[in-house]
Ligand binder design. Structure first.
Ligand code: ZN
Length: 240
């Protein structure tokens, strides 16, 4: 058989193999798998971010707690100062000192109330974050289950196609062996840019790119054994 006819035959089986591989890779199951994988990755990022936020909330809560304890102690001391002063005889009482003591007591008390309010707000935020975290985790675990099922289904699909895939691979390998080694190299080089490196020649036209060929090229092709590439698209031309 002619060199080019063998190459064309190889291209046919190569194309069949590639089409089948593509079909195996593009099932609805696999597409869904990829979608779920993307979703899970995004959720992982979100979860990490929320965990960080929860930690920040926890830190500010403990800081507020520490402040609260310090101020409560201070309030106790102010209270004691006032009690001490209450023992002083009425005629010795200094109005300004009493005013000062009461004002310090009030300021400390107000600060404690402020701290308390802050603590309540942070606690609410922390609760919300935790609620959201729980919701996400429960959804993620559901998606993880779906993912595992789909993965199994996809493995089954691949398994079911394995026989046919093997058959097509063997046919393609057998066809490749019949092709002249240099010609096969040329084919593979062109294939890096064109999926089908061999184009049929019909009515003096390259069927790969639809360009008419100059008569000099046509004359060359008609000579047995001459291998010509299309001047326009670079495919190897083959006339049946
Ligand atoms: Zn062409």
């Amino acid at each position: 058989m002619e060199k080019l006819a063998l190459l064309y035959e190889y291209q046919q089986s190569d194309a069949k193999l590639e089409a089948f591989e593509k079909k195996l890779k593009n099932t609805a199951t696999r597409k869904q798998l990829i979608k779920l994988q993307d979703y899970l990755k995004k959720q992982q990022v979100l979860l990490k971010d929320m965990e960080k936020k929860a930690m920040v909330d926890q830190n500010s809560l403990s800081e507020i707690d520490a402040q609260h304890a310090k101020m409560t102690k201070m309030l106790g001391k102010k209270h004691k100062d006032i009690s001490e002063y209450e023992k002083v005889e009425a005629q010795e009482l200094d109005f300004n000192v009493v005013k000062g003591l009461v004002s310090e007591y009030e300021t400390t008390y107000e600060n404690i109330v402020k701290q308390k309010r802050k603590a309540v707000a942070v606690e609410k935020k922390a609760d919300d974050t935790e609620k959201k975290l729980k919701e996400i985790l429960s959804h993620v675990s559901k998606v993880q289950k779906d993912f595992a099922l789909l993965k199994k289904k996809h493995a089954e699909e691949l398994h079911a196609g394995a026989g046919e895939l093997d058959k097509l691979k063997k046919a393609s390998e057998a066809a490749a062996k019949k092709v002249d080694a240099d010609l096969l190299k040329r084919y593979k080089r062109i294939k890096q840019n064109k999926p089908k490196p061999v184009a049929l020649l019909s009515d003096g036209r390259c069927m790969g790119c639809n360009m008419d060929l100059p008569s000099s090229a046509l004359a060359k092709i008609k000579k047995m054994g001459a291998i010509v590439e299309c001047e326009n698209c670079g495919r190897i031309l083959y006339m049946k």
